[in-house]
Every structure is written in structure tokens, then in C-alpha cells.
Design a protein around this ligand. Structure first.
Ligand SMILES: Nc1nc2c(ncn2[C@@H]2O[C@@H]3COP(=O)(O)O[C@H]4[C@@H](O)[C@H](n5cnc6c(=O)[nH]c(N)nc65)O[C@@H]4COP(=O)(O)O[C@H]3[C@H]2O)c(=O)[nH]1
Length: 618
């Protein structure tokens, strides 16, 4: 039996050992056979036998070296075990025969100290982990297994593969995956938990709600959803700053958690909104309602306690909307709408209140859902148009216009932008809709640019927060201008103060970029929010717009008159233009003019009308 080295290389170490034994046995037979042969044949036999033996031994040495190298240098921890049997012949423990260096690194067990000892001796208490049971299955079936296990002993996670290597032996490959597990947990936490409060986020809540709804049929108990909104949180954030706002949110979250059971889900739904999902209430709806009301009042009471914000005492209250759900089929979105609407009703009741959803509110929800449905089709079906409201100077001359969106819905009739814009914003539809507005306004501007009498007109376009925060907002504006061939210096973007609350640096960067290209910015509804004056100075603004609410009773309300005067003075000192909106009477205009405001917009000068009508009327 002669093997060449290639054949031998292909053989497994195990097979080679078997071959070597057979060759040794064959050699002794040949020895005896050779004695019976003539001397030349005997010499030939012996030479061939010696050559075969050398080749096999060499191959064995190479193989041994190769496997040793693999074993010693493997980055995975490898251990070889002898399977120990109990009195009944069942595998019960595993004696360490060999272990490599990496095994020591991964497990922290010193190889020199474990060889000859069994797994249960080396790791006392390991039985509880289930590891011995899994090894037992491999020992009995010979089927390899891979699994992950957290060992309480050293609080590490391991990836383990166990497989049989021969009669009565098996090997395990260990990998310490603690870091990978920690990274996975971090990713999961980021996806499902709110980093500020550590509470489940909107996504996790909706997921749990979905599951709770799916299990409804099997469960006799009622469930409830509580929508909690902190009253006047925006004011705190704007006046005391985000840091204090964050502190309040964390304290509010801790107070809410302390009132709930582990089986309840408390989530931070967004900004200052928390949602609680209660499962397993009573089986009787009335009793459930009482239970939830009791809890809701407790939540209101704990949130009403003073907050310590870095040494400053602060008072805050909340409004809670509650909806119960039992066995009637209902979707996640509808439930959320019910709780949300009930919360708004609680706010309308004067805050620090709770309100249950009742079927009468359903009509409003249905109307909102219908609005959403129609709104989705409106853009494709070309149901929007722009109207233009005149902006005039002190002499009543037309200096520009504000583009205002109109929706003529075939089903709902004319819908006010004050109704559909917030809805479009919620649905994300504001992004394509805002783009349509920009494109249409830029085309109008390009047309005006061609006329001698209209080339000087500025066009103001409202930009919603969500639209502005699109990563490619600057490109979208520039594309709209380029597509239409409009003059960027005649386009003014109207933004509101709320835009400045989030991601301020990014907002300033975008504004600066557009401003450098010639576009103007007007701060709309000025005075209704809480703009920080330090931000105002940093923004590349051109104009402040005095909100209609101040202009309306500037002649009758001393406070509003004082605010209007202050805004005008502020604009002058910041060297900004100032325009008053909502001017409805000549007296209002005269008062504003007397106090230094020289640009106006309002029904007194003209209602929003189609572009041709606007130009014709001036
Ligand atoms: N009572 C009274 N009202 C006057 C007078 N003069 C003008 N108005 C109304 O005041 C609103 C001024 O627009 P806004 O403050 O930007 O407030 C706008 C703006 O925030 C939003 N909006 C309108 N068009 C767009 C748009 O294209 N994009 C975005 N993002 N928002 C828009 O909807 C809001 C409401 O728009 P409209 O209903 O068109 O209401 C307009 C206008 O018709 C007046 O003398 N008296």
C-alpha cells in the first residue's frame, strides 16, 4: 500500500492515524512474508514498506504541526473535553483535556488550572445556566450546536459551538461576544428608547400597542391609553432654555414612572408628550374607567408638584386625554387620535385636567381622517392654487405680495390653510406641497420680472418648519428658482419663530447660505413666540412681521400697542425692515405709520387674490 504525499495531505489527521496503524500491522505481516521470500524480493518488500512508513510519518508530523498551529493560534477559544458518564451511562460532565490560549483570553479561566478538571468543578453553579444540558444533547446525538449564552458567573456573553470529535470526546469553541452584545443593545436602545428619559419611544409604544390590540380577542380585560401633554412646556423651553426643559422632562418622566406598574408602558411620545398604555384593567368597562380616572388624577397631582430646575423652583401642570379599548376592533392610529383629541379637549377645559374620549368626539376624528384622505389626493389632482396679498409702502404703493395657498376640494369645498397646513405638516405632505408652492411662486416671480411695472415686486413665500428642516431644502429652493428663471433677490422666505427652537445652528447655516445667494428672510408672526434676542442678532433676517393679533386691537389694547411699538423699535435698532400684517382699518395704518412702521399688509389694502387681479387693482 503506497501513498503519495498528495493523497496523504488530503486525508484527515484521523484517517492518517488509522492508516499508520494498518501499515504497522501490514509491516509485521510483510516481515514474516519477506522471510519466506528470496533475499532480493525480501529486500524490495522491506524498502517499499520503509518508504511507505516514512511518508506516512512525515505526513502525520506535518498534519500534527498544522492542527497544532490552528489550535494554538486560533483567535477563538477552543477546548477539548472527555465526556463523563453517570452510573446510568448518561453524559453528566465534561473533563478538560486541552484548551488553547484564546480560551483563556475569552473565558478568563487559566488553562493550566483547568486541564484534568470538569466543567462543573471549574465553574461551580454552571448547571443553572443550561450549558450542561446543551452539552449533553451534543454528547448524546452527535449533532453540533451553536448558541449564545450569558454566564452570570462572570457576567459575559458567549457565542459557543459544541461538536463531537471522536468517541467519548467533544470540543467547544468559545467567543466572548460581550462587546458585540453591548453594541447591539445600544443600537436597540437608540431605536426604541428615548435617550433623554430612558423611556420607550414612540416606535416601541406603537409596536406594543399593536401587539396589545392583536391580543385583544384572547383577553377579557379592558386596556387604556393616556395621552399626557405638559402645559406650557414650550414657554419654559423658550424662556429658560433647553437645558432646563430637558431637566423638567426627566423629572416628569421619573414621577410618572413611580406611579405605574412594571407591566404598564410609559413612553415619551415626542417633545413634551408622554403616553401610558395600561393593560389588564378590570373586565368591566365602568370599573376600568374608574381605575384609569383614579390613576390619571394621581398623575396630574404628581406632575403638579414643584420642580427643582438647578436650584430654581418651577411649576408645571399637565393635560391628559384618555381612551379605553376593549374588544371592538380598532387600529393603532384611531386609538392614538382618540387619546390625542381627548387631551386637546382637556387642555381646552383650562389645563391641569383630564378628559375621556367620548363618541361625540368621533365626528371630529372622522372629519380629520376624511381631510387627510382628500389631502393626499389633492396634490396629484391639482386642487391647489396660490393667491397673492398685496404688501404696500407708506404711500400705498405696491411693493410686493405674500403668496398664500388655497385648496378647493371637490368634496370639502374651500378649506382654510389654517386647517389643512397643520394637517399636511403632520402627514409629511407639507414637503411636496411646499415644493409645489415654491415652484408656482417662482414662476409668478419670473413673470413679474419680465414686466416693467412689476419687475420691482418682492414675493414672500411661507416656509413650514418641516419643509425647512429637509436636508436638501437649500437645493430645492435653488432648483425652484433656476427652473422658473426667477430673480432670487426678489424672493423672500417667511419663517416663524418656532423654526428657531430646534437645531438652531443648522437653521442659521441654511439661512446664511440662501441669504448669500440674494434671498431675503422675514420672521412671521413676530411677537407671538419667545425668540431669544441673541438668536435674532445672529440670523440673516431682513424683516420682522408684526403679527395680526397685535395689529388688530392696537388702538384699543394698551398691551398690544406696547408690543407693536417695541417690535418696531427693535426692528429699527437691528436695522431690519418691519411690516404689519392684518391691517384692516385706516386708523390702524395711521397708528402704525406714526410709530415708524412703513410697510403694511391686510384687508384694508386688499384681500389675497389671483395674481392678475392683484396687479390690475394697483
Ligand atoms: N383677519 C384678517 N386676516 C388677514 C388680513 N390680512 C391677511 N389675513 C390673513 O392672514 C394670514 C396671513 O398669513 P400667515 O400669517 O402667513 O398665516 C398663514 C400661513 O401660516 C399658512 N399658510 C398659508 N399659505 C401657506 C403656504 O403656502 N405655505 C405654508 N407653509 N403655510 C401657508 O396659513 C396661514 C393662514 O393663511 P390664510 O388663511 O391665507 O390667512 C392669511 C391671510 O389671508 C386681515 O386684514 N384680517
Amino acid at each position: 500500500m503506497i501513498f503519495n504525499l498528495q493523497d496523504i495531505n488530503r486525508m484527515s489527521r484521523h484517517a492518517l492515524t488509522a492508516v499508520a496503524t494498518r501499515i504497522r500491522r501490514l509491516a509485521s505481516v510483510l516481515d514474516r512474508l519477506a522471510d519466506s521470500l528470496g533475499p532480493p524480493e525480501a529486500a524490495m518488500w522491506r524498502q517499499a514498506e520503509a518508504r511507505a512508513r516514512r511518508e506516512v510519518e512525515e505526513a502525520l508530523r506535518i498534519s500534527e504541526q498544522r492542527f497544532r498551529g490552528l489550535f494554538d493560534n486560533s483567535l477563538s477559544g477552543v477546548a477539548l473535553h472527555e465526556i463523563m458518564l453517570d452510573a446510568g451511562g448518561q453524559p453528566c460532565d465534561y473533563r478538560f483535556l486541552m484548551a488553547n490560549r484564546a480560551f483563556e483570553t475569552h473565558t478568563g479561566l487559566r488553562v493550566a488550572e483547568i486541564i484534568g478538571r470538569t466543567v462543573t468543578e471549574v465553574l461551580p453553579g454552571i448547571e443553572q445556566s443550561g450549558l450542561i444540558g446543551i452539552y449533553g444533547k451534543v454528547a448524546l446525538t452527535g449533532e453540533p450546536v451553536s448558541f449564545e449564552m450569558f454566564l452570570e458567573l462572570n457576567r459575559h456573553h458567549y457565542g459557543i459551538t459544541a461538536f463531537q470529535v471522536g468517541q467519548g470526546q467533544f470540543a467547544t469553541v468559545f467567543e466572548n461576544i460581550t462587546e458585540r452584545k453591548a453594541a447591539e443593545k445600544e443600537i436597540r436602545d437608540l431605536a426604541f428608547f428615548d435617550p433623554l428619559t430612558g423611556l420607550p419611544n414612540r416606535r416601541l409604544l406603537l409596536d406594543r400597542l399593536q401587539r396589545a390590540l392583536a391580543n385583544r380577542q384572547r383577553c377579557a380585560q379592558e386596556c387604556a391609553l393616556l395621552f399626557i401633554d405638559l402645559d406650557d412646556f414650550k414657554t419654559l423651553n423658550d424662556t429658560l432654555g433647553h437645558e432646563q426643559g430637558d431637566l423638567l422632562l426627566r423629572q416628569a418622566a421619573a414621577r410618572l414612572s413611580a406611579c405605574l406598574r412594571e407591566s404598564d408602558t410609559l413612553s415619551r411620545f415626542g417633545g413634551d408628550e408622554f403616553v401610558v398604555m395600561l393593560e389588564n384593567l378590570s373586565g368591566c368597562p365602568d370599573e376600568s374607567a374608574m381605575q384609569v380616572e383614579h390613576l390619571g388624577r394621581k398623575l396630574l397631582a404628581v406632575l403638579d408638584q414643584p420642580y427643582d430646575l438647578n436650584g430654581c423652583e418651577h411649576h408645571s401642570t399637565a393635560s391628559i386625554g384618555i381612551t379605553l379599548f376593549g374588544h371592538q376592533p380598532i387600529g393603532v392610529d384611531d386609538l392614538m387620535r382618540q387619546a390625542d383629541l381627548a387631551m386637546y379637549r382637556a387642555k381646552a377645559m383650562g389645563r391641569n385636567a383630564l378628559r375621556f374620549f367620548d363618541p361625540e368626539m368621533q365626528a371630529e376624528i372622522s372629519a380629520r381622517a376624511a381631510l387627510e384622505g382628500h389631502l393626499r389626493q389633492a396634490l396629484q389632482q391639482d386642487q391647489f392654487r396660490l393667491v397673492y396679498q398685496a404688501q404696500v409702502d407708506q404711500g400705498g404703493r405696491l411693493i410686493g405680495a405674500e403668496a398664500l395657498l388655497r385648496w378647493d376640494s371637490p368634496q370639502l369645498g374651500a378649506v382654510s390653510p389654517a386647517t389643512f397646513i397643520p394637517q399636511a405638516e403632520k402627514m409629511g405632505l407639507i414637503v411636496p406641497l411646499g415644493q409645489w408652492v415654491l415652484d408656482t411662486a417662482c414662476r409668478q416671480l419670473a413673470l413679474w420680472g419680465e414686466g416693467e411695472d412689476t419687475a420691482h415686486l418682492m414675493l414672500a413665500v411661507n416656509i413650514s418648519m418641516r419643509q425647512f428642516h429637509q436636508p436638501d431644502f437649500v437645493e430645492q429652493v435653488l432648483m425652484a428658482i433656476a427652473r422658473a428663471g426667477a430673480n432670487p433677490a426678489r424672493l423672500k422666505l417667511e419663517i416663524t419663530e418656532s423654526l428657531l427652537l430646534d437645531n438652531t445652528e443648522n437653521v442659521i447655516a441654511k439661512m446664511t447660505m440662501l441669504h448669500a445667494l440674494g434671498l431675503g428672510f422675514s420672521l412671521d408672526d413676530f411677537g407671538t413666540g419667545y425668540s431669544s434676542l441673541s438668536y435674532l442678532k445672529r440670523l440673516p433676517l431682513d424683516q420682522l412681521k408684526i403679527d395680526r393679533s397685535f395689529v388688530q386691537d392696537v388702538l384699543t389694547d394698551a398691551n398690544n400697542a406696547a408690543i407693536a411699538r417695541t417690535i418696531i423699535a427693535l426692528a429699527h435698532s437691528l436695522e431690519l425692515e418691519v411690516i404689519a400684517e392684518g391691517v384692516e382699518t385706516g386708523e390702524q395704518r395711521d397708528w402704525l405709520a406714526a410709530h415708524g412702521c412703513h410697510a403694511y399688509q391686510g384687508y384694508w389694502f386688499g384681500r389675497p387674490v389671483p395674481a392678475e387681479e392683484l396687479i390690475a387693482s394697483f
